[in-house]
Write a protein that binds this ligand. Structure first.
Ligand SMILES: O=C(O)C(=O)C[C@]1(C(=O)O)C=C[C@@H](O)C=C1
Length: 94
């Protein structure tokens, strides 16, 4: 990086990526809520370890080696947040 305008451009790129991530995150959370309601109706637990494992393995497989730990951590946190949201939704539904 050479100067301030390079930094400004890089931050503008991050802002645009964040905008897309936020949009996708909210879409994901809406689907997660539907899965939570299905689980409630079927009497299933919120946590599904095998499904989380499957997702984390896919994430590692589909990203560059040097990013594997970070991507895995990112998705693990996202699924922890999903479970929190499902618990929140289920509480509100009772
Ligand atoms: O697939 C499910 O059963 C979900 O509830 C979704 C999800 C996820 O965020 O991907 C969340 C919680 C489960 O432990 C597994 C996966």
């Amino acid at each position: 990086m050479e100067n301030k305008s390079d930094l400004t451009a890089l931050r503008a790129a991050i802002d645009e990526i964040d905008r897309q991530l936020l949009d996708l995150f909210c879409q994901r959370m809406e689907v997660v809520a539907q899965v939570g309601l299905y689980k409630k109706a079927q009497g299933l637990p919120v946590l599904h370890p095998a499904r989380e494992q499957e997702i984390l393995e896919r994430v590692r497989h589909n990203c560059p080696d040097e990013m594997g730990d970070y991507a895995s951590d990112y998705f693990a946190q996202m699924m922890r947040i999903s479970r929190e949201y499902q618990q929140h939704i289920l509480k509100g539904e009772q």
